[in-house]
Design a protein around this ligand. Structure first.
Ligand SMILES: [Mg+2]
Length: 507
């Protein structure tokens, strides 16, 4: 009896979904028709409890009711009878600037038990960063009112952990605002310095940047966590003679860098006399004794001028900021590898128009490098972050681990998804036990493109509470499998999808 009632309920839901899909196909022929049909459905059901921000008013004017994509929404998935899993973007999906979107709280309610435990595997996958995963998990817990663990958080730089076996002992220059220096150290990089430290060590290199004293602790390893992760003794104190002369060093200090604290190591009265740790002076990082091996841009820099200048200096000097390109070539030093943690040109906050992101910084830096070198591109440039594959492979590992903890993994499912490094290797990829991994995002170029490229069971879901504002219900360039208004509607659509697949698998 119970089974029969359940079957009838499923049949009714399937009929409802069929009507929805027919409507979607009808709208699909014309974005304008879809918009008109959407507009006729009245206001959005989720009222904003607080006075609307300017961007919210703008959205309200452009609001389309929930509209399914014209593309085939539900196609193949790896495990039709499996549970759904979710990968939520954060900015523009759960929050907008400093405001938590009310739809985010509604989505969380749909995905959690009354006791606050997650019903399904969930990760938060953002191209943001600058903090450790545990700190971001704490923030999300406060914003969403539900416990979020560190292993549910994938920041743009989180997949860089896979580089640690190679880079742990090599000199690495990190760029980015926030606490990226300590994040890099927490990942296991032991010979690392921040662009702020490099700039401070040779102020003439970036004369328009400022280095206020209060930056010392955050930037120079003065904090407790930095001290705990201090470089090993074996890396310490090469000769300052290794620091090459500045090309225009008239009147310079003994190191060739006017105002440089590098030259005052044995002197007194300068900044170095304060005893402050300087990885350039004290460890020789970014000098000929220990040239930079890799530059990691871990999040948007706080000083684009400083970081573009110094990164170009390091790249053209083969790891030594003060070395000329000619001297670098003559030295035979290997080229420096450059890694950006995300390629986002734009992102959204409270401001009514989108803001430049790290992708814009990358464009600027690579363009400047090309101008400096007659059109060349650095030998090794890699972009992490969505839409690139690294975060998706990591998300699959984390979601699978959660599914096991939640008891949602069928016993016949392969023990691991992909290799230890998280890569699903071509045709040999393991089956993931999900009816779909719903990647909910606001940025078509990052969130939608990445999920589409990741392949089944990933399902791209585009919301319009952030970067994407139309026109039309879906993006013409990077077209989402599902296009809805907000994250609550995204969860609703995902649940419908999973129920429908389960019903079909039972026939
Ligand atoms: Mg976003």
């Amino acid at each position: 009896m119970v089974g029969r009632c359940h079957g009838r309920e499923l049949l009714q839901r399937a009929a409802t979904l069929l009507v929805q899909q027919l409507q979607a196909a009808q709208y699909g022929g014309s974005a304008r028709a879809a918009a008109a049909a959407s507009a006729s459905r009245g206001p959005h059901p989720h009222a904003h409890p607080h006075p609307q921000q300017p961007w919210q008013q703008q959205q309200q004017q452009q609001r389309h009711a929930r509209a399914f994509s014209s593309t085939p929404v539900w196609s193949s998935s790896s495990c039709p009878s499996g549970p759904p899993a979710f990968a939520f973007d954060i900015d523009g999906v759960l929050i907008r600037g400093k405001h938590v979107l009310p739809e985010a709280l509604e989505a969380v309610r749909k995905l959690t038990h009354p006791d606050g435990h997650w019903r399904y595997p969930v990760v938060f996958m953002t191209n943001g960063g600058g903090v450790c995963e545990a700190r971001k998990a704490q923030q999300l817990s406060e914003w969403l009112g539900v416990r979020v663990e560190a292993d549910q958080v994938i920041l743009s730089h989180t997949p860089m952990r896979d580089l640690v076996p190679e880079l742990a002992q090599r000199p690495v220059l990190v760029s980015g605002r926030g606490d990226v220096l300590n994040v890099a150290r927490s990942y296991g990089l032991q010979r690392v310095l921040h662009t702020r430290q490099l700039g401070r060590a040779m102020p003439a290199a970036t004369p328009f940047s400022t280095y206020p004293p209060e930056e010392q602790d955050a930037a120079t390893g003065g904090s407790a966590s930095s001290t705990a992760a201090a470089p090993p003794p074996s890396a310490a104190a090469p000769s300052l003679a290794a620091v090459g002369p500045h090309p225009s060093s008239a009147g310079a200090s003994s190191t060739g860098i006017p105002g440089s604290e590098l030259g005052s190591r044995s002197g007194s009265g300068s900044e170095s006399g304060s005893g402050r740790f300087c990885p350039v002076r004290d460890l020789g990082l970014a000098t000929e004794a220990a040239p930079i091996d890799t530059v990691l841009v871990m999040t948007d820099p706080d000083d684009w001028y400083r970081d573009a200048q110094l990164i170009c200096d390091v790249l053209t000097g083969a790891g030594v900021a003060t070395r000329s390109a000619g001297a670098a070539a003559a030295s035979g030093a290997p080229p420096v590898k450059l890694v950006f943690s995300n390629p986002d040109l734009l992102w959204a906050n409270e401001f009514p128009k989108n803001r430049f992101g790290q992708g814009a910084f990358a464009h600027m830096t690579l363009s400047l490098f090309a101008r400096l070198t007659g059109g060349a591109r650095p030998h090794h440039v890699t972009f992490y972050g969505k839409p690139n594959p690294q975060p998706y492979r990591l998300a699959e590992r984390l979601l699978l681990a959660q599914a096991r903890r939640l008891g949602l993994t069928p016993p016949q499912v392969a023990p691991e998804s992909g290799s230890e490094s998280g890569s699903r290797s071509g045709s040999g990829s393991a089956v993931l036990p999900f009816s779909g991994i719903f990647a909910v995002g606001d940025n078509p170029a990052a969130d939608v493109r990445g999920a589409n490229q990741a392949g089944p069971p990933w399902v791209s879901v585009l919301v319009r509470t952030g970067v994407f504002q139309g026109p039309g219900p879906n993006c013409d360039v990077d077209t989402a499998r599902v296009a809805v208004d907000d994250v609550a509607a995204a969860v609703e659509a995902a649940m419908h999808h999973s129920r429908r697949l389960r019903w079909h698998s039972m026939r």
